[in-house]
Design a protein around this ligand. Structure first.
Ligand SMILES: Cc1ncc(COP(=O)(O)O)c(C=O)c1O
Length: 391
């Protein structure tokens, strides 16, 4: 398929990136090619596809679209965000060292701690909200720096350009997990990152009906290594899921606009609520890195963390009372979700580390969906009333 021009605006690339009408039928939507294998004219003489683990037309279209929206040259799709991350980390060798932010998605921490560490790849976690802390942690064997920003679930911001400058000086590749921001709000490659990873399960697909992941890079050498591992390890998404993400991506820019608008007003409302002890949202002036949010991001995102007064019983009552918000893990879908990180998404993080980060029993994370903002506020107001009675 002919690709859309690379210098187009993100809103256009989300719809047309890597795509054009099917040359056979004229279909404007990318066909789902379910074939596991492709006929060859003779041994090794084929039309660009041999076997669907290696490459598949629907997946390739998605990969081109992902690369175009992140402003990279190469996109690689995987069966989940964790599959993307694990595949990437397999470029490393025993003895290699990774520096990661101190606040990561629990599953990302689990891969580093329970999968890679036994294979001899050691990770040091550092609070990189102060970029200078990175330099002190770098060792001769440091082969990768891994950050999330905004972090999950503390919504701390890391200065991508500052971290990238230090990494570049030491020739260490920088990976940015851009799941929370999406390329609509933040472009890590343009700020100097070597690789961007995503859980496509979240905003990129946006409809809570696909588990997927991806990596985007402009580095040809990294692309070669990752393509080898994508095929060799085989953690690839199905053609159907690739189609679903392509479909979801078409509305990503308009969805993000609404997520940001509603989250901004709900965060301000929560901050003024007597039942709420603290709100963390990069768009609030009270966020310690509000200035960086304005500089680095086009919008502060659709995720809010807050602490309800009354600890565990209040949090439990709140999560059991909401009616529009679903008490569920994950984020970034059209529907609003609410969860308790200490028990749900971040249960894999040791209790002491959770306490140090501030992930207490009353610490709640919400993913603001696309429902009417007033309805969402009313739902939270009702649940906060139940939380008050439960204290
Ligand atoms: C920031 C972040 N990165 C990676 C992942 C892992 O993605 P997946 O669940 O698609 O494997 C998640 C999942 O919640 C996440 O929040």
């Amino acid at each position: 398929m002919k690709s859309a021009q690379p210098n187009l605006h993100l809103d256009t690339l989300a719809i047309h990136g890597g795509q054009s009408p099917d040359p056979v039928s004229g279909a404007v939507m990318t066909p789902i090619v379910l074939a596991s294998t492709f006929a060859q004219d003779g041994p090794g003489v084929h039309k660009g596809y041999e076997y669907s683990r290696t490459d598949n037309p629907t997946r390739r279209t998605l990969e081109h679209c992902l690369a175009s929206i992140e402003g990279g040259r190469h996109g690689l799709a995987f069966a989940s965000g964790c599959a993307a991350m694990t595949t990437l980390l397999h470029v490393l060798r025993p003895g290699d060292h990774v520096i990661a932010g101190d606040d990561l998605y629990g599953g990302s921490f689990r891969i580093l701690d329970k999968v890679m560490k036994p294979m001899g790849i050691v990770t040091t976690q550092v609070d990189l909200t102060l970029a200078s802390r990175l330099e002190a942690a770098i060792r001769p064997e440091t082969k990768l720096v891994w950050i999330e920003t905004p972090t999950n679930p503390m919504l701390k911001l890391i200065d991508i350009a500052a971290i990238a400058r230090i990494c570049k000086g030491k020739s260490i590749p920088l990976v940015v997990d851009n799941t929370f921001a999406t390329p609509c709000l933040q472009r890590p490659l343009a700020m100097g990152a070597t690789l961007v990873v995503h859980s496509m399960t979240k905003y990129l697909n946006g409809h809570s009906d696909v588990v997927g992941g991806c990596i985007v890079t402009s580095d040809d050498e990294w692309n070669t290594k990752l393509r080898f591992l994508q095929n060799a390890m085989g953690a690839i998404p199905s053609p159907f899921d690739c189609y679903m993400v392509l479909r979801g991506l078409k509305t990503l820019p308009v969805r993000m606009e609404r997520h940001v608008k509603s989250a901004g007003s709900i965060a301000a409302w929560l901050e003024a609520h007597p039942q709420v002890e603290k709100v963390i949202y990069p768009g609030l002036a009270s966020h310690p890195q509000h200035a960086l949010a304005k500089e680095q991001m086009k919008g502060p995102g659709g995720m809010i963390s807050f602490v309800v007064r009354g600890g565990a019983p209040a949090a439990k009552a709140l999560l059991e009372t909401v009616a529009i918000f679903a008490c569920a893990e994950s984020l970034g879908g059209v529907e609003s979700l609410i969860e308790l990180p200490a028990v749900m998404t971040h249960g894999a993080i040791p209790a002491a580390q959770r306490a140090e980060l501030g992930i207490t029993d009353g610490f709640i994370r919400i993913s603001v969906g696309l429902e009417d903002e007033g309805d969402l506020r009313a739902d939270l107001a009702n649940a906060l009333e139940a939380a008050k009675l439960a204290r």
